[in-house]
Design a binder for this molecule. Structure first.
Ligand SMILES: Cc1cc2nc3c(=O)[nH]c(=O)nc-3n(C[C@H](O)[C@H](O)[C@H](O)COP(=O)(O)O)c2cc1C
Length: 383
């Protein structure tokens, strides 16, 4: 009888932890998001998952991909597929960049180091946030991939200059200047929950923490979280996240203008990307003023500028669509944070694997073997 059973079924080793079981069975980024939603306290999940005001842009970013379908070509021998691309002087295994996310260790104690290790292991760029919870130097020490640094333009340009020098000294070769955050967007999920960075402890947060023991246990066992790049720079020099948060919010400079790009050009020898350009007009100005790259606006720019699509990527097929429409590469932000929130470094690794498997399969099903073969005729607007 056992022989008959064995002929049609293989016996799987039982997995006792339900979360581990769910993780092993996760089929896509949406499943990782659901595991993260269960593991993280509500306020922290919403910090990762939410967007500003009515979240129209957040929904619009994913809906934009859904608004395009493929025009697959068949009978084209796709037995060998090469997903690699050349981007800003590096050969990447796939056209994918890990976006900067502030306060990453709130999702999991392994935080930025986990993200940097996964990016490095696959030779992909990781853009470290100004507001990271591991420092420029700590992250540089664990990654072999291209090192990018995301810059918020702060009122105190001396502090910005200092960070640029530190980044250059440990091998970062590209800065990404975030230009859509002259002031912070209002994230209303955070407002309703009273969620701040760092979180304030109250009866609500304590109950939330108790209801999510895996996150809480991971959090309390590890060293305190701080804004690692500016630790010690706060008003009282103590450098804890609590003392730095008001100081940092006040540092966002609403006077940010195109002239600041000239300043960055004089302070930074490496590549300069502008992050958050949302119109063709601004993309054209950015490139005229010396930026190396912006977001999708290929037709207006011609082939010279680097165009990176940031926002809404949840599937490998989305990357194919963005490239068909003119991007050189895509970023992922929430996508890896869901993985990190679900299972730390293993979750980030899994998120990367899901996206790149899907990318490869989408290319094969579309009948293309290289990223260069992903041309506009492969997609069509559905409405
Ligand atoms: C929790 C969180 C924190 C973020 N922190 C930063 C940051 O510190 N600096 C920055 O330039 N962008 C930040 N972003 C924006 C991301 O870099 C990226 O633009 C965005 O997440 C892309 O959209 P996606 O999440 O749909 O991939 C953050 C996004 C999230 C979700």
């Amino acid at each position: 009888m056992l022989r008959t059973l064995r002929s049609v079924a293989r016996f799987a080793r039982p997995v006792l932890s339900p979360r581990r079981r769910r993780f092993l069975r996760a089929a896509n980024i949406g499943d990782l998001r659901e595991i993260a939603r269960r593991r993280l306290p509500g306020g922290i999940f919403d910090y990762i998952d939410g967007g500003a005001e009515d979240e129209t842009s957040l929904r619009g970013n994913t809906a934009a991909f859904a608004g395009y379908g493929f025009r697959p070509r068949v009978m084209r021998d796709v037995s060998h597929v090469d997903t690699s691309v050349e981007l800003l002087g590096h050969r990447l295994g796939s056209p994918l960049v890990f976006s900067p996310t502030g306060f990453t260790r709130i999702a999991h104690s392994q935080g930025e180091l986990a993200v940097a290790r996964v990016a490095g292991a696959h030779g992909l760029p990781y853009a470290l946030s100004t507001l990271s919870t591991r420092s420029i130097e700590e992250v540089a020490a664990v990654t072999t991939g291209p090192k990018w640094f995301q810059v918020y333009v702060w009122r105190d340009r001396g502090m910005v200059r200092d960070m640029l020098r530190r980044a250059a000294a440990c091998g970062y070769d590209t800065i990404m200047i975030t230009v859509d955050t002259a002031v912070l967007g209002r994230r209303e999920r955070d407002v309703r929950r009273g969620f701040t960075l760092p979180p304030k402890l109250g009866p609500g947060t304590l109950v939330d923490g108790l209801r999510h023991p895996a996150w809480t246990w991971d959090f309390v066992r590890h060293e305190p979280i701080t804004f690692a790049n500016v630790a010690g720079s706060g008003p009282d020099g103590s450098g804890t996240a609590v003392t730095l948060s008001d100081f940092i919010s006040e540092q966002f400079d609403p006077a940010l203008s195109w002239d600041d790009l000239d300043w960055f050009r004089s302070e930074w020898q490496g590549k300069v990307l502008l992050k958050g350009v949302q119109t063709v007009e601004d993309a054209v100005t950015a490139v005229q003023r010396g930026a190396d790259g912006v977001r999708p606006v290929r037709e207006a720019l011609g082939p010279g500028a680097t165009v990176i699509c940031d926002g809404g990527v949840r599937r490998g097929g989305d990357i194919v669509k963005a490239i068909a429409l003119g991007a050189d590469a895509c970023t992922m932000g929430r996508t890896y944070l869901y993985g990190l929130g679900a299972a730390g470094e293993a979750g980030v690794e899994r998120a990367h694997a899901m996206l790149t498997d899907e990318l490869r399969r989408a290319m094969q099903l579309c009948g293309v073997r290289t990223v260069a073969e992903i041309t506009p005729d492969l997609v069509e607007a559905l409405r």
